[in-house]
Design a protein around this ligand. Structure first.
Ligand SMILES: O=C1O[C@H](COP(=O)(O)O)[C@@H](O)[C@H](O)[C@H]1O
Length: 329
């Protein structure tokens, strides 16, 4: 019964957080109160890139890159390039709602993993009609691919970001929102989160990948930092090679705050679907490294994102501007 206690707790309201710890804390306390693309495509190695907008761009992909989508031995890859972040967010909402419908025809839970950062803003269309009324929110289960080890009402908290910008606006059940235990150390919080995931696997909420034995989430909504990091897996950091743990921790994150927990690549890459949501000029260099012609050498964590299922990049023209430059050379 201990595991049932760990993952089934009443709603957490950030403003009511007590600074003192409780002896009855769960390992994870569920918290919560809770198309356009452009018309050209290019294929770069295993990736198909499909700009998707209503107004044609002057940029033309090289003929060698023409295509709409591609498959690798692991899964389907697709890159959508939008005119702007507004169009991206419209399409991301539809993509997410469609996946929710698809998965919920097959089983009674839809497991969604959030990152922090700019992703949350890009989810804004999902909380509007029609999706606010049509999505089966009560069957959603929310997780974090990474979290900063700070109180949940702290400005750096990925939970707070998601709560303020997304979770507080949709009727997801409080007991289905799995945030970290912020009373623990980084190491303790990572172990705690992994224990909760294991409990939810046993409970049939999270599936296990038959191929890898790691948890297989239905949808991961990932962002990427300008340095090419995903989750809290940073370039050159040994954690990118962790292949045993489901959840691990970092105490020397190059991006503040330094203490974080993060899913490992085996978990990320066991996903049924990953949306890589990357926009803005600040990401252009990393996007070029990830999707450009020089993909053979892996230097950035984002290049290691390769799910069992489908990978869809949601990008905009600014983020792909250096790819476009490369294509026109
Ligand atoms: O620190 C983090 O950064 C990345 C990227 O954030 P962005 O604001 O550049 O989109 C984010 O995906 C991750 O979850 C977060 O902890």
């Amino acid at each position: 019964m201990e595991s049932a206690i760990r993952c089934a707790f009443p709603a957490f309201i950030p403003s009511l957080r007590s600074s003192s710890s409780s002896h009855f804390l769960p390992l994870i306390r569920p918290l919560f109160p809770a198309k356009n693309h452009s018309l050209f495509s290019f294929k770069s190695r295993n990736l198909a890139i499909t700009p998707v907008n209503s107004t044609r761009s002057t940029w033309k992909p090289p003929a060698a890159m023409a295509g709409t989508e591609s498959s690798t031995e692991k899964g389907k890859r697709n890159v959508l390039v939008f005119d702007n972040e507004e169009d991206l967010s419209v399409s991301l909402a539809k993509y997410t709602a469609d996946l929710s419908e698809k998965f919920l025809k097959e089983r009674s839970a839809f497991t969604v993993v959030l990152s922090g950062g700019s992703l949350i803003k890009s989810l804004r269309k999902l909380v509007e009609p029609p999706y606010i009324d049509t999505v089966e929110w009560a069957k959603w289960h929310i997780f974090w691919v990474d979290e900063r080890v700070v109180p949940k009402d702290h400005e750096d908290s990925n939970y707070k970001l998601a709560y303020d910008g997304f979770l507080s606006k949709v009727p997801i059940l409080p007991g289905h929102v799995y945030a970290i235990n912020d009373y623990l150390s980084a190491e303790g919080a990572a172990d705690d989160y992994e224990a909760c995931l294991r409990h939810l696997v046993k409970a049939g909420i999270i599936e296990l990948s038959k191929a890898t034995g790691f948890p297989k989430f239905d949808l991961m909504l990932l962002g990427m930092g300008p340095d090419g990091h995903v989750a809290s897996l940073f370039p050159g950091h040994p954690l990118v090679n962790e292949n045993q743990k489901w959840v691990t921790f970092i105490k020397d994150s190059p991006k503040p705050p330094p203490e974080r927990i993060t899913f490992t690549f085996p978990v990320i890459n066991s996903s049924a679907a990953i949306a890589m949501v990357v926009n803005g000029a600040g990401k252009a260099e990393a996007v070029r490294t990830a999707l450009g012609d020089q993909q053979s050498s892996v230097s950035l964590p984002v290049q290691m994102v390769s799910p069992e299922g489908e990978l869809t990049w949601f990008t905009d023209k600014e983020a792909t501007s250096k790819l476009q430059e490369q294509a026109s050379l």
